[in-house]
Design a protein around this ligand. Structure first.
Ligand code: AHR
Length: 335
């Protein structure tokens, strides 16, 4: 059966090579050989952040360590590319498909096709809005909990203040589950006290360039440099859905010499650069989102291949870094 599958794959690779080349899908890394190893088709959304780059590395490294052959596709931030990649995995007859859904909706048809082909699918990092019977399970972060953790830090930090706390929110890619969840968890906690007001929320697409742009627009709309302002209101706290946008905002703050010493800055991800910014006093809290999903993913792939059902949801372990920590205990993040 496995040998037959290998022969089919070799034939299909030849037939599909032309189509892939004509689509200029240079990001697709095809398997070097098709021996009796498990084959995983993996569709990544792109490389928008250091977090994402580490996530990709973790999955590729873990595949190698577990002797699982991986067909990797970089969708360059486009859902249509992900749909094409998943369809090509189906044609290849891979053993398992895993993908990071850039947005929540629009996966039903392709998942039905995978199901009809008998190929199980694991949803990685971000959740989807589809019938649960269409995929084997989800592996990734608990975005609602991340949002709650960010808000708990803020609530605690402001516990002795009675005045209004004006919040700027920088959110990530529109229509992605992680944005909805991080927004939901955060709002759920601050809703307990009306002094917390989100006065502006803007989509920064998880990009450093967008974080910088959001900062520049705020800064240049006023002559004041004693903090960040939105429509004449001073911003007391920034809640940024990822480190890339936060670092971009810090770039603009530095460029225009804005004094944000009293602005509470909260970020999500915990890449090394933001931990450095925390240590330097530029950030107050960094909520970890753990990109190291590779080993857990390979273990789920093997379970599925053995015919063992996997849990509906597998969350990765995550923590919170704050200004109150003993920084000497930090270990390098590695990304
Ligand atoms: O889906 C996880 C998010 O995507 C990370 O927080 C962010 O950095 C990445 O781009």
């Amino acid at each position: 059966m496995k040998n037959l599958k290998s022969i089919i794959i070799i034939l299909l690779l030849g037939a599909l090579a032309g189509a892939l080349i004509s689509c200029k899908k240079k990001e697709t890394v095809e398997p070097e050989q098709t021996a009796d190893r498990l084959i995983l088709g993996f569709s990544q959304i792109g490389s928008e952040s250091a977090w994402r780059t580490r996530n990709t590395q973790s999955i590729i490294e873990a595949a190698e360590e577990n002797d699982i052959q991986i067909i990797f596709d970089d969708a360059q931030q486009k859902q249509e590319n992900q749909l094409k990649a998943i369809r090509s995995f189906i044609v290849y007859q891979v053993d398992v498909i895993a993908f990071v859904p850039i947005v929540e909706d629009g996966w039903d048809n392709v998942l039905t096709e995978a199901q009809e082909a008998g190929i199980p699918v694991i949803v990685v990092d971000r959740q989807i809005n589809a019938d649960q019977s269409l995929y084997a399970g989800f592996l990734g972060e608990n975005g609602i909990e991340e949002g709650r953790r960010a808000a708990h830090f803020l609530v605690n930090k402001c516990k002795n203040s009675n005045r209004t706390i004006n919040i700027l929110e920088m959110s990530g890619t529109e229509n992605s589950s992680v944005v909805r969840e991080r927004a939901k968890g955060f709002r759920e906690v601050i809703a307990g006290d009306s002094k917390f007001q989100i006065i502006h929320s803007e989509d920064g697409d998880f990009l450093r360039s967008r974080g910088k742009e959001i900062g520049e627009n705020l800064i240049t709309s006023t002559i004041r440099r004693d903090g960040l302002y939105y429509n004449g209101q001073k911003i007391d706290a920034v809640y940024s859905h990822n480190d890339s946008m936060t670092l971009g905002l810090l770039d603009s703050i530095e460029q225009y010499s804005v004094n944000t010493r009293n602005t509470i800055m909260i970020s999500v991800d915990a890449e090394q650069k933001s931990i450095d910014a925390l240590i330097e006093g530029k950030l107050n809290c960094v909520v970890e989102c753990n990109p190291n999903l590779g080993p857990m993913l390979m273990s789920l792939v093997k379970q599925i291949a053995e015919g063992t059902p996997i849990p509906r949801i597998t969350y990765n372990t995550e923590s919170v870094f704050t200004e109150d920590d003993d920084f000497s205990l930090y270990i390098p993040r590695g990304y």
